[in-house]
Design a protein around this ligand. Structure first.
Ligand code: NAD
Length: 476
């Protein structure tokens, strides 16, 4: 099997250690072997990016726009193949994999346009005759650390704005899913990007993360809260600019006046699709008492019919957990929920399929309280809980009573409650009659409290992180 190498200073570089990329739907299937970068190679990648920065940051904006457009086009042309690779290495159903690859293509094309739209400001001074100009400049070398659950979209939504605004990049993708990152690096390297502007270093975060953070000018991280905390500590030590996108415990409020069919569809989508492995998954369903029993029965009925299986089979609606560790964590929380006194309405069992994979049935808990661990801690699996509440006011209180604040949803036909919830939810993104997960690529993405730190990602708000502001005063 050929070993896919790291991209450093425009060359594909070998290493001694190798990551075996295993298909979670069929652990007999090795997706590929990927070279693990050493800390020294990470330093070389950062040095290459630094050497490339002066020319890249001053390169004509039309060149940058054309390159991003070209990258986006190739991703879109190859979306089926890339989506298949994604489904094979991560375990989300094929259609979702193709959807994510499509999104990655659109992101590059969007930022191809944004290259031309970066704005500054000109203001009058309080001092006579003086002119003030406010401009945005690239930061320098940006380190990107990404998780496994959106292995092409998250690298894309960090790489594209970084390059668009004239920064150089060193990407360290999650070690569980190097395939999509490598494919993306291959596309970028053939799009005419000068050597050193974009570098790929694969491998374990605990082994090479520190070398990356130790050398870059800014760091954008997406992953779990505990890792985010470590990364932040090192970034603060060096006083570099950083941005963190982390976990969620997203509530979906369901009110008595909700359309039951809509509420059940968005709950099942939000809590169980992509095996619950989305930072925006609806993990807590906060339901008022008048609709509670009908809602619980209908969700249980719907998830009992979800087809769980190999991500590459067209009939599959829910794939496996990404690996043994994640599956063990899911099953551990199923046990914790029962120990805490929650009523298990459905699922939470290990499943066997034709191929060896990390399968389990979707699990629904009812009669839970918001202080239980299953409602406080991010599980990151197909485990949904229902919290019964008296009325809208209690629902809003419970929805906000969490350390996280990424996404929050409400199912209601009341304009009054929908508007009140939009205004008073302590989350970065609010969904009315829509699943908590599933967002557009051209608008800001991010949360509050322990879910996020620093400026928003995506859309034109990405410029906030990937540029630095300069205020200049001139007396002509
Ligand atoms: P993780 O925190 O285990 O790993 C994330 C990345 O950090 C990986 O690339 C990993 O190699 C790296 N890493 C690990 N230790 C490191 C260290 N000491 N220094 C530097 N880097 C290190 O997260 P994961 O399991 O890959 O992803 C799941 C988590 O990501 C969940 O908590 C989920 O909610 C979160 N997530 C958040 C968003 C968002 O935008 N808010 C999106 C997707 C996933």
């Amino acid at each position: 099997m050929t070993i896919n190498r790291n991209l450093i200073a425009g060359s594909w570089v070998e290493s001694t250690d190798v990551i075996r990329n295993i298909n979670p739907s069929n652990t007999d299937d090795v997706v590929g072997e990927y070279a693990s970068a050493t800390a020294e190679q990470v330093e070389q990648a950062v040095a290459a990016a630094r050497a490339a920065f002066p020319a890249w940051s001053r390169s004509p904006i039309q060149n940058r726009a054309d390159m991003l457009e070209k990258i986006g086009n190739e991703i879109l042309e190859r979306r089926d193949e890339l989506g298949r690779l994604l489904a094979r290495e991560e375990g989300k159903p094929l259609a979702d994999g193709v959807g994510e690859a499509t999104r990655a293509g659109h992101i590059f094309k969007f930022f191809g346009g944004e290259v031309l739209r970066l704005q500054g400001e000109k203001l009058a001074s309080t001092r006579p005759g003086v002119e003030i100009e406010i401009t945005r400049e690239p930061i320098g070398v940006v380190g990107l650390i990404t998780p496994w659950n959106f292995p092409i979209a998250i690298p894309a939504w960090k790489i594209a704005p970084a390059l668009a605004y004239g920064n150089c990049v060193v990407l360290k993708p999650a070690e569980l899913t190097p395939g999509c990152a490598w494919a993306l690096a291959d596309i970028i390297s053939r799009a005419g990007i000068p050597e050193g502007v974009f570098n790929l270093v694969m491998g374990s975060g605990s082994k090479i993360g520190s070398a990356l953070i130790g050398g870059v000018d800014a760091l954008s991280f997406t992953g779990s809260v505990p890792t985010g905390r470590k990364v932040a500590a090192q970034a603060v030590e060096r006083m570099i600019k950083f941005q963190l996108e982390m976990g969620g415990k997203n509530p979906l409020v369901v009110l008595d006046d909700a359309d039951l069919e809509t509420a059940v569809s968005i709950a099942v989508n939000g809590a169980y699709f992509q095996t619950g492995q989305r930072c925006t998954a609806s993990s807590r369903m906060v339901v008022t008492q008048g609709i509670h029993d009908r809602f619980v029965d209908a969700v249980a009925d719907r998830i009992s019919k979800l087809v769980v299986g190999d991500a590459l089979k067209p009939e599959t609606q829910m794939g496996p957990a990404v690996d043994q560790r994640q599956l063990d964590q899911n099953l551990k929380y199923v046990a914790i929920g029962q120990e805490e006194g929650a009523r298990k309405v459905f699922g939470g069992d290990r499943l066997n399929r034709d191929t060896p994979g990390f399968y389990m049935s979707p699990c629904l808990f009812a009669e839970t309280t918001n202080d239980m661990r299953v409602n406080r801690e991010e599980i990151f699996g197909p485990v949904g809980t229902v919290i019964r509440v008296k009325d809208y006011e209690e629902a809003l209180h419970v929805a906000n009573d969490t350390q996280f604040g990424l996404s929050a949803g409400i199912a209601t036909t009341s304009l009054k409650h929908a508007n009140h919830f939009r205004a008073n939810s302590q989350a970065g993104m609010v969904m009315v009659n829509l699943p908590t997960a599933g967002v557009d690529y051209h608008v800001p993405f991010g949360g509050r409290k322990a879910s996020s730190y620093g400026p928003r990602e995506q859309g034109r708000y990405a410029a906030e992180f990937y540029t630095t502001v300069k205020t200049s005063y001139t007396l002509p």
